[in-house]
Design a protein around this ligand. Structure first.
Ligand code: PMP
Length: 459
């Protein structure tokens, strides 16, 4: 076999990719036509491509590189663990020190009451694990009819069969005859779209009460759980009013259903608190975490399990027939531990809350003077810029998504990574982003949005 040649040019990578690499979430014909951008290295908040372009990564990879790129501490932690114990499983009554240490650390930093961790490798696997846990829990409780899990339109929870069933993305459901039975979706708390005539307080309550209506529709004895991201990320950075989650919490308690907070994006400082649950005062029974857990340096996720479920499993569950070869992988766990140590040592969460978050909010909000911008919303270091045809009446463009794509391409051409969700531009930079880099991000976003406004005839 030939050794892989790392010094080949961009064209070679593009041809090799087009011939052999099926990418996630990609139109293959378009990719072969247009060619991929080959990313070769990264440092801090910037990535470089094979043409030598330096690109500001406004998305922290895929919402995950919280501590920024190029962290020697994380490479050292991986190397040390690889030399000591590169792998052993945690099946059959075995453990390893990094996995045990990480479980204990997570019990400390996650919200009160979540004291057990079940490890997996991705957010999707964590959510699949949760679906199995929820069903198993209600069977153990002698209520096997409680099987329906309620989630929300535009919620994103992963790509595997169960996690995509939790998602509220119709295009994903269209491929593969999904959702599976036992999944139900309600409207998201998307005030910009649905609540123009209400105060945030009123709208938050009204949106939460859609859960109660769904419970009555399905039958209270048939509902197992409700899952929500504190802030809906991939669905367009939909930030709920502060009245939303307390009402959701009340409804879950009243009907005895399990509450799951999907912290895959919000966790580890993104919202200015350790977890979105801290920002919105949510007390979940189950909480998937991934991404910022290792800042993307290793694939690792976990389900944090609250007392209600953990006690039932431990005392009544017998063997739980579920797990992955790499659950509690020692190298991934060692890197995650060091990543959490960096977040604590450098006080990154406090930095997001008290310094860079407010600066980012103020700067991003300055884009509201561009006529195509309907709303800017942020919390901590996650934000969205809604692009609309008519901002006074909050009228979206007819071909939803086309304008966002134009804007995303302008960003890319201008060496800024910003993602488009429909016509909403979303941003989620590394938590270490400097003030100057926020200025650079917003200046590039302004140029891209202004060029987009011209392209679509709003300027
Ligand atoms: N939950 C949320 C909230 C996510 O944003 C994502 C990924 N964007 C997932 C789950 C799935 O994670 P993964 O891609 O690691 O499977």
């Amino acid at each position: 076999m030939n050794a892989v040649n790392r010094s080949i040019d961009t064209k070679t990578y593009q041809q090799r990719d087009a011939a052999h690499h099926l990418h996630p979430f990609t139109d293959y014909k378009a990719l072969a036509r247009e060619g991929t951008r080959v990313i070769t290295r990264a440092e801090g908040c910037h990535i470089w491509d094979s043409e030598g372009n330096k690109i500001l990564d406004g998305m922290a990879g895929l919402w995950c590189v919280n501590v920024g790129y190029g962290r020697r501490e994380l490479a050292d932690a991986a190397y040390k663990q690889l030399m000591e114990l590169p792998f052993y499983n945690s099946f059959f009554k075995t453990t390893n020190a990094p996995a045990a240490d990480l479980a204990a650390k997570l019990a400390e930093v996650t919200p009160a009451g979540l004291n057990h961790a079940f490890f997996a490798n991705s957010g999707s696997e964590a959510n699949d694990t949760i679906v199995r846990m929820v069903r198993h829990y209600w069977n153990l409780k002698g209520q096997p009819d409680r099987k329906t899990i309620i989630s929300r339109e535009y919620g994103y929870h992963g790509s595997t069969m169960a996690s995509v069933s939790l998602c509220g993305m119709s295009a994903m459901h269209g491929q593969g005859d999904l959702p599976l039975p036992g999944f139900h979706h309600i409207d998201p708390p998307y005030q910009f779209r649905d609540g123009a005539n209400m105060t945030p307080e009123e709208f938050g309550l009204a949106a939460a009460r859609k859960l109660e209506a769904a419970i009555h529709h399905i039958g209270p004895d048939r509902v197992a759980a409700f899952i929500a991201e504190p802030i809906q990320g991939a669905g367009g950075v939909i930030i709920p009013p502060m009245s939303y989650f307390p009402e959701i919490q009340r409804i879950c308690r009243e009907y005895g259903i399990l509450l799951i907070a999907d912290e895959v994006i919000c966790g580890f400082g993104r919202t200015g608190r350790w977890f979105g649950c801290d920002s919105f005062d949510i007390q979940p029974d189950l909480m998937p975490i991934a991404k910022g857990l290792s800042s993307g340096y290793q694939p690792i996720s976990a389900v944090m399990v609250g007392e209600r479920v953990a006690t039932t499993f431990i005392e009544e569950g017998g063997e739980f027939y579920h797990g992955f070869t790499y659950s509690g992988h020692p190298v991934a766990a060692a890197v995650a531990l060091e990543n959490i140590a960096i977040i604590q040592r450098e006080k990154l969460v406090e930095r997001v809350a008290g310094d860079i978050g407010p600066y980012f909010a103020e700067k991003l909000r300055s884009l509201e003077d561009i006529p195509i911008v309907g709303e800017v919303r942020t919390m901590g270091l996650i934000g969205a810029v809604e692009l609309v045809k008519d901002r006074k009446n909050r009228t979206f463009f007819e071909r939803l998504g086309a304008t966002g794509t134009i804007c995303r391409d302008h960003c890319f051409a201008n060496n800024l990574v910003m993602r488009a969700v429909r016509d909403t531009m979303v941003v989620s930079p590394p938590l270490i982003i400097s003030h100057d880099e926020v200025d650079e991000l917003v200046a590039k976003a302004r140029a891209a949005i202004t060029a987009t406004a011209r392209d679509v005839g709003v300027l």
